[in-house]
Design a protein around this ligand. Structure first.
Ligand code: AMP
Length: 411
């Protein structure tokens, strides 16, 4: 299947070619024809599947071909709502890139920064508006945005929106949209709440599910290291020495933990930075930019900040802490093994995290291969070796003496 066969028009084909896309990903193959036909869509897919192009391309095509635009005026005709600034910027960049030969204008707005530049951009007109919910409502309230001409709306990462407490904002935004429009709704997971919200928003949608297991199993090489909590920092430094990790994203469950990991890495001479909710938007963008440019080789992130981060060629992800929500594991490792690259996802698991591991393995329906031959093994964390809650620890010293990190063996 090629993009031409999906019925995409020349100016967009040219942009996709320039991006280096040769073939559509599965979600693009399924979604693009439906969306070009005007259907509403309920998409169950995570970031990393190519879902942004799956919705951006048909929207750009509709707007380009539509006769509704009058010369001189540029009312917002497509509205994309995303939970985080990073994701909003990324979606905006995708629209700008796929639409570069169409003359359409995109604008992105998000909170945490002064509004001046954003309102100036809006005043020049926007065919496509990408927004986070809070700033969107704020600027609507101030009269900078009118949604009455919207013909296409997208709610991206709806599950994440709910996690972040945006449900009422979303409902308010939806009430401001014209009834007659094409409506798209994406979520990586489908809970009862998500289904209920989607019913509120969509008419009779087509449904597309791209299983996260496919993304994890096929593209990402996963590895599990049992290690005690205090040894995690040493194991991280050891792995950085052993493997040539050009670009590594480390996940920490907490902001404080992320800062601590950065300090450990910097002390060991690595170029690292943290991105999380307590960092200013500028600091986050700067760190992400430096990471993308290769000036930083390690980025340490919390889940909220990292979701949607799009770094081509990200070679490694390390779960320094295992996430307590199993779907988050799938999101995290989806950061690597993106549409173009294959990747490696390494997870550290200490005794307290065993229950999380069990849930993760149940969700992905596979056992993550264990690397037991490393300098900091913690048999206390290996459920199959020592089932008791108070594992004898005497063996560890001996094992350390038998260090042989180079002969990594997966069992
Ligand atoms: P997304 O799921 O939208 O975040 O996309 C994941 C990554 O895949 C991004 O880096 C896109 O630039 C890239 N991508 C999307 N579609 C394709 C495609 N058809 N071929 C190659 N790369 C793609």
């Amino acid at each position: 299947m090629t993009f031409e066969q999906l019925g995409i028009i020349d100016p967009i084909l040219k942009a996709l070619q320039r991006e280096g896309y040769t073939h559509p990903t599965p979600i693009q193959e399924q979604a693009i024809p439906l969306l070009l036909n005007g259907k509403d869509l309920l998409g169950c897919a995570q970031t990393g599947t190519g879902k942004t192009a799956a919705f951006a391309v048909p929207i750009i095509q509709h707007l380009y071909q539509s006769k509704t635009r009058q010369k001189g005026s540029r009312p917002v005709r497509a509205l994309i709502v995303a939970p985080t600034r990073e994701l909003a910027i990324q979606i905006y960049e995708s629209f700008t890139s796929y639409g570069q030969f169409t003359g359409l204008r995109s604008v992105v707005i998000y909170g945490g920064v002064k509004q001046g530049k954003q309102t100036q951009a809006l005043q020049k007109g926007a065919d496509i508006l990408v927004a986070t919910p809070g700033r969107l409502l704020d600027l609507i309230g101030q009269g900078f945005i009118d949604l009455s001409s919207v013909t296409h709306s997208v709610l991206d990462e709806a599950d994440h929106m709910l996690d972040m407490g945006f449900i009422h904002d979303i409902k308010r935004i939806v009430r401001l949209l014209p009834q007659k429009r094409q409506s798209l709704f994406f979520s990586a997971t489908m809970s009862k709440e998500i289904e209920a919200l989607s019913k509120n928003i969509l008419g009779q949608p087509a449904r597309i599910t791209i299983q996260p297991e496919q993304a994890t199993a096929e593209k990402v090489d996963q590895a599990l290291y049992y290690v005690s909590k205090p040894d995690k920092r040493k194991l991280l430094l050891h792995l950085l020495e052993e493997e040539s990790m050009d670009s590594l994203l480390v996940f920490s469950r907490t902001k404080h933990g992320a800062n601590k990991i950065v300090k450990i890495l910097e002390r060991a001479g690595h170029k690292a930075a943290a991105i999380h909710g307590n960092k200013s938007q500028n600091a986050r963008q700067k760190a992400l930019g430096e990471f993308k440019d290769g000036d930083l080789n390690v980025l340490v992130a919390t889940d909220i900040a990292a979701r949607g981060i799009d770094v081509d060629e990200l070679s490694y992800v390390i779960n320094y802490d295992l996430p307590n929500v199993p779907e988050t594991y799938v999101h995290r490792i989806g950061r690597t093994g993106r549409a173009k690259a294959s990747g490696i996802a390494i997870s550290f698991c200490d005794t307290e995290e065993r229950a999380y591991l069990k849930d993760i393995q149940k969700l992905i329906d596979q056992r993550i291969p264990v690397v037991s031959d490393h300098p900091y093994p913690d048999n206390g964390s290996r459920p199959e070796t020592v089932p008791s809650n108070n594992p004898p620890r005497g063996g560890r010293k001996k094992q350390r003496n038998q260090r042989n990190g180079r002969n990594r063996r997966r069992s």
